[in-house]
Design a protein around this ligand. Structure first.
Ligand code: PSV
Ligand code: MN
Ligand code: MN
Length: 386
């Protein structure tokens, strides 16, 4: 048996949720480039997500962002998704685009605005009841730009209260997933800037509250796999938002900037029991394809996650433990690096063929005619941004 054959079955457990917003036009504060074929409706975003699933077999769920995605008839949308071969997944709340939330939402000093932010989350939960989604993912833009601008302590207390109200409304199988980010759009302080704060807040809520780790949300040089290890150790790693970054929250294709980091993260996920049939860590992409085509950008991303997961599964654990316990520094490092450097691209092509999937999903998509079709069909209407 080859080394790959020993891990081939485990790869069947990999599922990666794709974000609806990855298919809309996106950009920076300098320019949002339009691209032909951009979805004009949430249904068209879901169709594009289904195109990713058809060629990869890896993305059965699409995450929605409310109200970026205007969901008028939840049941109809869920059955539309099912017809396309995918399901609606995580629901992401959004309290960062309404003028009322200029100074915060769940942390706002004005009770009426805080209530509005809470109510938005309760509406998201109503949607989740209909879609059967498990996770309500909360990322807050809340913070301040200038020292003295706001009372950081009071905001933290208000956040705890607001999250408590939302938590109380969760159904039995639903989870509150709190995402942290060290800066942006707030530039002085952010109310949930780091995993310590996210963990503190979710611990106060209860077992259905967990943390989301977005790989782009740390200061440069942060050892992200250490955070993965610690959150898993505490049973509090709920989900990942995968993407790559060179500088800040760049939202580039996961595994493009630093495949080795993605490998190291997956090694800790596997080591900590976060991957496998009984694991409940959700793998998601959170990316924007500003200049590349969006559907191939998503296909490339999930293939990168698959490839690094496979390489991480190849780590020879017993040999690694033996070397670690013998104090064999370079021996242990070599075992780790051997797995990282193993080229398994041909094995993965065979793995796909065995499962009735195209050997080369990028090429299969390019040859499917889908891209030409949407570029021809989707004229008129307003292409969606994010
Ligand atoms: C914020 O930067 C973030 O990572 C959150 O997950 C948002 O919901 C998402 O980006 C929107 O792109
Ligand atoms: Mn994110
Ligand atoms: Mn982000």
């Amino acid at each position: 048996m080859t080394a790959f054959e020993t891990i081939a079955g485990a790869l069947d457990d990999l599922r990666i949720e794709v974000p609806s917003w990855a298919y809309g036009n996106s950009g920076t504060r300098f320019k949002v480039f339009g691209s032909p074929g951009t979805p004009r409706t949430v249904q068209e975003k879901i169709s594009d997500a289904a195109a990713v699933h058809r060629v990869t077999g890896l993305t059965p769920k699409v995450a929605l962002h409310i109200p970026w995605d205007r969901v008028e008839d939840v049941d109809a949308l869920a059955s539309f998704a099912a017809d396309q071969g995918v399901e609606l997944g995580t629901i992401n709340s959004n309290t960062f685009q309404d003028d009322d939330f200029k100074f915060g939402g769940l942390t706002h000093h004005d009770e009426a605005i805080r209530r509005k932010a809470i109510d938005h989350h309760l509406e998201c939960l109503d949607i989740m009841d209909r879609t059967g989604s498990r996770d309500l993912k909360i990322w807050l833009a809340d913070g301040s730009n200038y020292p003295g601008q706001s009372d950081m302590r009071a905001r933290q207390d208000r956040l705890a209260d607001a999250l408590h109200t939302i938590y109380e409304r969760l159904g039995t199988d639903q989870r509150l997933v709190l995402e942290y980010k060290f800066f942006e759009p707030s530039f002085y302080h952010t109310d949930v800037p780091d995993w310590g704060t996210a963990l503190t807040q979710v611990l106060a809520l209860g077992e259905k509250a967990v943390v989301c780790l977005d790989t782009g949300h740390h200061a440069p040089g942060t050892n992200i796999e250490f955070i993965v290890m610690q959150l898993l150790r505490l049973g509090k790693l709920g989900s990942f938002d995968f993407n790559s970054r060179f500088y800040a929250d760049d939202d580039l294709i996961v595994g493009s900037a630093d495949p080795f980091q993605l490998f190291r993260i997956m090694v800790e996920v596997i080591r900590g029991g976060g991957f496998g049939p009984d694991a409940d860590v959700a793998f998601m992409l959170d990316q924007c394809h500003n200049i590349e085509k969006k559907i191939p950008g998503q296909i490339r991303s999930v293939l990168n996650v698959q490839e690094m997961t496979a390489r991480a599964l190849l780590v020879d654990r017993p040999a690694l433990t033996e070397a670690q316990e013998a104090g064999d520094v370079l021996g242990a490092h070599e075992i780790f690096m051997d797995a990282f450097y193993t080229d398994i691209r041909a094995d993965l092509a065979d793995w796909r063929a065995d499962r009735g999937l195209p050997r080369d999903p990028m090429r299969a998509y390019a040859q499917s005619g889908y891209q030409e079709q949407i570029e021809t069909d989707r004229v008129g209407g307003t292409p969606m941004s994010w």
